[in-house]
Design a protein around this ligand. Sequence first.
Ligand code: NAD
Length: 432
Amino acid sequence: MEESLEELRQTFRSGTTRSVAWRKAQLRAILELVRENEERIFGVLQQDLGKHRTEAYRDEDRLPLIFFPGTGEVLPEPLGLVLIISSWNFPIGLTLEPLIGAISAGNTVVIKPSELSPACSSFLANVIPRYLDSKAVRVIEGEANIGEQLLEHKWDKIFFTGSPRVGRVIMSAAVKHLTPVTLELGGKCPIIVDSLSTSDIKVIVALLVSGKWGACGGQACVGIDYVLVEEKFASSLIDQLKKTIKMFYGENPKYSKSISRIVNKHHFGRLHKLLKDPLVAASIVHGGSLDEEKLFIDPTILLDPPLDSEIMSEEIFGPLLPIITLKNIHESIEFINLRPKPLALYVFTKDEAFKRRVLSETSSGSVTFNDVLTQYVCDTLPFGGVGQSGFGKYHGKYSFDTFSHGKAVLRRSFWLELEPRHPPWNDFKMQF
Ligand code: NAD
């Protein structure tokens, strides 16, 4: 079994199954399989189930007559009672956005905001009952234990935003009632900086700084986690980063009103620990000072920290930016593929062939070329992860779909009831 599974993974990695030619050939092969083995299929169905060949047969060339006269439609229906558990870093938006989807689809909702943003949690608990129908929408505040108690109940859908660790808890709780889940998780979102021509460097680095420190001080699921760049561009990139940080956040960013602090002591300690590793500390090229009382960490840049260090294996979720240098930017594709699938992938490049390679050879929740974060606010695009960054999509119409079941409806009438669809079976009836 292990050998077979490994071989199948290898085939997938090789890209064989993506080609249109391969897919067409395989689908044709299924058709041939059925055509060439029709008699055997009738035989084995008869053997196992005593099935008559007419019951096993489906005409392949035209819409089967049994559907006439008929029409079909997909009717969205609400799922029922849904649970929305959200995180602290964008505590209002990450609660209201799924709520909009759940209500627009016609569900009743329980919201469990994060206890780590208590002011936002109590704000939501206060205002939601004043504005919305309390018979249909409730806010239940609390810590992880309240989340656990909620998970003991039967839900028709659970929509979770948070860490992969708690994502696993949610999924195992959902198993009991076969509850569908959407998991909006995190991970390490890389940015590939292909070239740094002098004309582009200012705009690229301004976007990079905003994408790292501008979104909740680096505490954002779609925020930039680390940079991949060719060796030869590293020093000009670092110089421009330093200049831009100073321009955006002043001489001492601790006193800037444009950068968020670390959410609490626990996360401060976690980030501090990442920097304590001596090899990581040695790679700091900018920043690195911490103020525990103010829960503030300077925008910090690290050049080539060890790839097996925690800062390069765990989601950073804070104001630390490792820069990883490569000989050739094309190596970035393998670098990404050797790690869990990111929620967002950012690529600064003008090279159309490289763009195509990124799209066809890597997997991530989204890919954004020459910009950062804006994919999140583009409501005509679905937002969601893949692999370890989660599954399920929302935003715009996708939110409605996420909280709906698309019921297939086939409508027929009685006026033409075809006798051949009923037993006793004979060869003539097989044509229908
Ligand atoms: P978290 O997983 O610790 O907590 C999220 C929510 O789950 C909170 O409301 C918390 O109270 C609740 N919770 C914690 N333990 C629970 C348990 N045992 N049972 C039930 N509920 C429980 O995540 P966090 O620290 O709030 O957020 C940070 C993580 O969220 C990061 O990994 C980040 O990337 C991810 N995130 C993802 C998105 C996205 O849209 N994909 C957005 C923001 C954050």
